[in-house]
Design a protein around this ligand. Structure first.
Ligand code: SAH
Length: 250
Protein backbone atom coordinates (compact mmCIF):
# COMPACT_ATOMS: atom_id res chain seq x y z
CA UNK A 1 0.00 0.00 0.00
CA UNK A 2 1.62 3.28 -1.02
CA UNK A 3 0.60 6.34 0.94
CA UNK A 4 0.94 9.92 -0.01
CA UNK A 5 1.99 13.01 1.87
CA UNK A 6 1.16 16.47 0.56
CA UNK A 7 3.08 19.34 2.16
CA UNK A 8 0.87 22.36 1.60
CA UNK A 9 1.50 26.11 1.93
CA UNK A 10 -1.73 27.88 2.95
CA UNK A 11 -0.61 31.40 2.02
CA UNK A 12 -0.55 34.41 4.36
CA UNK A 13 -4.16 34.19 5.60
CA UNK A 14 -6.69 35.50 3.08
CA UNK A 15 -8.50 32.42 1.68
CA UNK A 16 -8.30 34.06 -1.78
CA UNK A 17 -4.53 33.59 -1.56
CA UNK A 18 -4.79 29.82 -1.08
CA UNK A 19 -3.86 28.46 -4.51
CA UNK A 20 -6.35 26.24 -6.38
CA UNK A 21 -3.71 23.50 -6.31
CA UNK A 22 -3.41 23.75 -2.51
CA UNK A 23 -7.22 23.66 -2.17
CA UNK A 24 -7.47 20.57 -4.38
CA UNK A 25 -4.70 18.83 -2.49
CA UNK A 26 -6.36 19.63 0.86
CA UNK A 27 -9.67 18.30 -0.42
CA UNK A 28 -8.00 15.01 -1.39
CA UNK A 29 -6.53 14.43 2.09
CA UNK A 30 -8.25 12.30 4.70
CA UNK A 31 -5.79 13.27 7.48
CA UNK A 32 -4.51 16.81 7.97
CA UNK A 33 -1.63 17.69 10.30
CA UNK A 34 -0.53 21.17 11.34
CA UNK A 35 -0.18 23.86 13.95
CA UNK A 36 -3.64 24.34 15.49
CA UNK A 37 -3.95 27.97 14.34
CA UNK A 38 -3.27 27.01 10.73
CA UNK A 39 -5.70 24.07 10.82
CA UNK A 40 -8.38 26.44 12.09
CA UNK A 41 -8.15 28.34 8.79
CA UNK A 42 -9.22 25.31 6.75
CA UNK A 43 -12.99 24.79 6.39
CA UNK A 44 -14.05 21.49 7.99
CA UNK A 45 -14.72 18.61 5.62
CA UNK A 46 -16.79 15.49 6.24
CA UNK A 47 -14.62 12.41 6.64
CA UNK A 48 -11.42 14.40 7.12
CA UNK A 49 -9.55 14.05 10.40
CA UNK A 50 -7.52 16.90 11.94
CA UNK A 51 -4.31 16.36 13.88
CA UNK A 52 -3.48 19.71 15.54
CA UNK A 53 -0.22 20.19 17.44
CA UNK A 54 1.72 22.97 19.09
CA UNK A 55 4.01 25.13 16.94
CA UNK A 56 7.11 23.81 18.70
CA UNK A 57 6.35 20.19 17.86
CA UNK A 58 7.34 20.28 14.20
CA UNK A 59 9.68 17.26 14.18
CA UNK A 60 7.21 15.01 16.00
CA UNK A 61 4.40 16.27 13.71
CA UNK A 62 6.43 15.45 10.58
CA UNK A 63 7.17 11.93 11.85
CA UNK A 64 3.54 11.31 12.83
CA UNK A 65 2.33 12.43 9.38
CA UNK A 66 4.90 10.23 7.63
CA UNK A 67 4.01 7.22 9.80
CA UNK A 68 0.34 7.61 8.88
CA UNK A 69 1.17 8.05 5.16
CA UNK A 70 3.16 4.82 5.39
CA UNK A 71 -0.06 2.96 6.28
CA UNK A 72 -1.56 4.03 2.95
CA UNK A 73 -3.55 7.07 4.10
CA UNK A 74 -3.85 10.30 2.10
CA UNK A 75 -2.11 12.71 4.46
CA UNK A 76 -1.57 16.45 4.25
CA UNK A 77 0.64 18.59 6.44
CA UNK A 78 0.13 22.35 6.31
CA UNK A 79 2.23 25.46 6.91
CA UNK A 80 1.36 29.14 6.74
CA UNK A 81 2.73 30.97 3.70
CA UNK A 82 4.97 28.61 1.78
CA UNK A 83 5.83 25.32 3.49
CA UNK A 84 9.40 25.53 2.24
CA UNK A 85 10.08 28.94 3.82
CA UNK A 86 10.81 28.44 7.53
CA UNK A 87 8.00 25.88 7.43
CA UNK A 88 7.18 22.18 7.60
CA UNK A 89 8.74 21.02 4.31
CA UNK A 90 12.31 20.92 5.66
CA UNK A 91 11.12 19.16 8.82
CA UNK A 92 9.47 16.49 6.64
CA UNK A 93 12.59 15.87 4.54
CA UNK A 94 14.80 15.78 7.62
CA UNK A 95 12.47 13.17 9.14
CA UNK A 96 12.61 11.17 5.90
CA UNK A 97 16.42 11.32 5.70
CA UNK A 98 16.86 10.00 9.23
CA UNK A 99 13.71 7.84 9.36
CA UNK A 100 12.89 4.27 8.35
CA UNK A 101 13.85 3.24 4.76
CA UNK A 102 10.15 2.78 3.85
CA UNK A 103 9.65 6.56 4.05
CA UNK A 104 12.01 7.03 1.09
CA UNK A 105 9.46 5.24 -1.11
CA UNK A 106 6.51 7.46 -0.13
CA UNK A 107 4.96 9.81 -2.61
CA UNK A 108 5.66 13.30 -1.25
CA UNK A 109 4.34 16.38 -3.01
CA UNK A 110 5.20 19.92 -1.92
CA UNK A 111 2.52 22.43 -2.95
CA UNK A 112 3.89 25.99 -3.04
CA UNK A 113 2.15 28.84 -1.22
CA UNK A 114 2.42 32.61 -1.12
CA UNK A 115 5.04 33.40 1.48
CA UNK A 116 4.61 36.32 3.88
CA UNK A 117 7.34 38.39 2.22
CA UNK A 118 5.47 38.31 -1.10
CA UNK A 119 2.16 39.34 0.48
CA UNK A 120 3.87 42.13 2.42
CA UNK A 121 5.79 43.39 -0.61
CA UNK A 122 2.60 43.50 -2.66
CA UNK A 123 0.93 45.69 -0.01
CA UNK A 124 3.82 48.18 -0.04
CA UNK A 125 4.51 48.53 -3.75
CA UNK A 126 7.67 46.83 -5.01
CA UNK A 127 10.28 46.78 -2.23
CA UNK A 128 11.70 43.45 -3.49
CA UNK A 129 12.33 44.81 -6.99
CA UNK A 130 16.04 44.15 -6.65
CA UNK A 131 18.21 41.69 -4.69
CA UNK A 132 16.83 40.66 -1.31
CA UNK A 133 17.17 37.97 1.33
CA UNK A 134 15.10 36.43 4.11
CA UNK A 135 16.45 35.79 7.58
CA UNK A 136 14.63 34.17 10.48
CA UNK A 137 15.39 36.08 13.65
CA UNK A 138 14.58 33.06 15.75
CA UNK A 139 17.49 31.67 17.69
CA UNK A 140 15.58 28.54 18.67
CA UNK A 141 17.23 26.50 15.92
CA UNK A 142 20.51 28.40 15.38
CA UNK A 143 22.87 30.42 17.57
CA UNK A 144 22.30 34.18 17.86
CA UNK A 145 25.86 34.77 16.60
CA UNK A 146 24.81 33.20 13.26
CA UNK A 147 21.89 35.64 13.05
CA UNK A 148 24.11 38.68 13.69
CA UNK A 149 26.79 37.52 11.24
CA UNK A 150 24.17 37.12 8.49
CA UNK A 151 22.47 40.45 9.26
CA UNK A 152 25.74 42.36 9.02
CA UNK A 153 26.73 40.57 5.81
CA UNK A 154 23.31 41.12 4.19
CA UNK A 155 23.20 44.81 5.11
CA UNK A 156 26.78 45.31 3.93
CA UNK A 157 26.01 43.61 0.61
CA UNK A 158 23.05 45.91 -0.13
CA UNK A 159 20.24 43.37 0.18
CA UNK A 160 16.72 44.32 1.17
CA UNK A 161 16.15 42.11 4.23
CA UNK A 162 12.92 40.35 5.22
CA UNK A 163 13.01 39.35 8.88
CA UNK A 164 10.73 36.42 9.68
CA UNK A 165 10.02 35.45 13.31
CA UNK A 166 11.15 38.85 14.62
CA UNK A 167 9.69 38.48 18.12
CA UNK A 168 7.66 36.29 20.43
CA UNK A 169 6.96 36.14 24.14
CA UNK A 170 9.94 33.80 24.54
CA UNK A 171 12.20 36.00 22.34
CA UNK A 172 11.55 39.59 23.42
CA UNK A 173 14.96 41.27 22.91
CA UNK A 174 16.28 39.92 19.60
CA UNK A 175 14.64 42.45 17.25
CA UNK A 176 15.88 45.43 19.29
CA UNK A 177 19.40 43.99 19.18
CA UNK A 178 19.11 43.40 15.42
CA UNK A 179 17.94 46.97 14.76
CA UNK A 180 20.82 48.33 16.87
CA UNK A 181 23.28 46.29 14.79
CA UNK A 182 21.77 47.49 11.53
CA UNK A 183 21.92 51.14 12.67
CA UNK A 184 25.69 50.72 12.83
CA UNK A 185 25.93 49.70 9.16
CA UNK A 186 23.03 51.42 7.32
CA UNK A 187 21.85 55.06 7.08
CA UNK A 188 19.21 56.15 9.63
CA UNK A 189 16.91 57.03 6.70
CA UNK A 190 16.69 53.37 5.55
CA UNK A 191 12.98 52.42 5.37
CA UNK A 192 11.77 49.85 7.91
CA UNK A 193 8.31 48.29 7.72
CA UNK A 194 6.43 46.41 10.44
CA UNK A 195 3.80 44.37 8.60
CA UNK A 196 1.55 42.39 10.94
CA UNK A 197 -1.05 39.73 10.03
CA UNK A 198 -1.02 40.83 6.41
CA UNK A 199 -4.16 39.85 4.43
CA UNK A 200 -5.96 38.90 7.67
CA UNK A 201 -8.74 40.93 9.33
CA UNK A 202 -6.30 42.30 11.94
CA UNK A 203 -3.70 43.48 9.39
CA UNK A 204 -1.56 46.40 10.55
CA UNK A 205 1.28 48.07 8.62
CA UNK A 206 3.62 50.67 10.09
CA UNK A 207 6.31 52.48 8.11
CA UNK A 208 9.35 53.86 9.92
CA UNK A 209 13.01 54.50 9.31
CA UNK A 210 15.93 52.70 10.85
CA UNK A 211 16.46 55.73 13.10
CA UNK A 212 12.88 55.70 14.40
CA UNK A 213 12.01 51.98 14.23
CA UNK A 214 10.52 50.70 17.50
CA UNK A 215 10.94 46.96 18.05
CA UNK A 216 7.81 46.97 20.23
CA UNK A 217 5.72 47.18 17.02
CA UNK A 218 6.54 43.56 16.20
CA UNK A 219 5.04 40.33 17.50
CA UNK A 220 4.99 36.77 16.20
CA UNK A 221 2.56 37.73 13.39
CA UNK A 222 4.88 40.46 12.05
CA UNK A 223 7.29 40.46 9.14
CA UNK A 224 9.88 43.25 9.40
CA UNK A 225 11.22 44.53 6.11
CA UNK A 226 14.46 46.52 6.06
CA UNK A 227 15.08 48.48 2.85
CA UNK A 228 18.43 48.84 1.15
CA UNK A 229 20.12 52.16 0.38
CA UNK A 230 18.41 51.99 -3.03
CA UNK A 231 14.85 51.56 -1.67
CA UNK A 232 12.68 54.61 -2.40
CA UNK A 233 9.55 56.00 -0.78
CA UNK A 234 6.79 57.70 -2.76
CA UNK A 235 4.57 59.97 -0.65
CA UNK A 236 0.83 60.02 -1.39
CA UNK A 237 -1.83 62.60 -0.57
CA UNK A 238 -3.54 59.99 1.64
CA UNK A 239 -2.79 56.47 2.74
CA UNK A 240 0.43 54.58 3.19
CA UNK A 241 3.35 55.73 1.04
CA UNK A 242 4.61 53.30 -1.59
CA UNK A 243 8.02 51.70 -1.29
CA UNK A 244 9.97 50.32 -4.22
CA UNK A 245 13.49 49.22 -4.94
CA UNK A 246 14.53 50.12 -8.49
CA UNK A 247 15.57 47.25 -10.76
CA UNK A 248 18.67 49.22 -11.77
CA UNK A 249 20.86 49.33 -8.68
CA UNK A 250 23.51 52.03 -8.27
N1 SAH B 1 6.15 29.58 6.03
C1 SAH B 1 5.78 30.94 6.38
C2 SAH B 1 6.71 31.52 7.44
C3 SAH B 1 6.66 30.80 8.78
S1 SAH B 1 7.64 31.58 10.00
C4 SAH B 1 5.75 31.81 5.13
O1 SAH B 1 6.22 31.38 4.08
O2 SAH B 1 5.23 32.93 5.21
C5 SAH B 1 6.42 32.61 10.81
C6 SAH B 1 6.69 34.06 10.49
O3 SAH B 1 6.20 34.37 9.18
C7 SAH B 1 6.02 35.07 11.39
O4 SAH B 1 6.75 35.28 12.60
C8 SAH B 1 6.04 36.31 10.52
O5 SAH B 1 7.35 36.86 10.51
C9 SAH B 1 5.81 35.72 9.13
N2 SAH B 1 4.39 35.76 8.70
C10 SAH B 1 3.61 34.71 8.42
N3 SAH B 1 2.38 35.12 8.00
C11 SAH B 1 2.41 36.47 8.03
C12 SAH B 1 1.45 37.50 7.70
N4 SAH B 1 0.21 37.20 7.25
N5 SAH B 1 1.82 38.79 7.85
C13 SAH B 1 3.06 39.11 8.28
N6 SAH B 1 4.01 38.18 8.59
C14 SAH B 1 3.69 36.89 8.48
Amino acid sequence: MSGRLAVIGLGPGDPALLTPQAAASLAAATEVFGYGRYLARIPPRAGQRRHPSDNREEDARARAALALAETGAAVAIVSGGDAGVFGMAAAVFEAIEFGPPAWHALEVEVIPGISALLAVAARLGAPLGHDFCAISLSDNLKPWTTVTRRLIAAAGAGFVIALYNPASRARPWQLGAALALLRACLPGTTPVVFATAVTRPDERIALATLATADAALADMRTLVLIGSEATRRIERPAGTPWLYTPRHAP
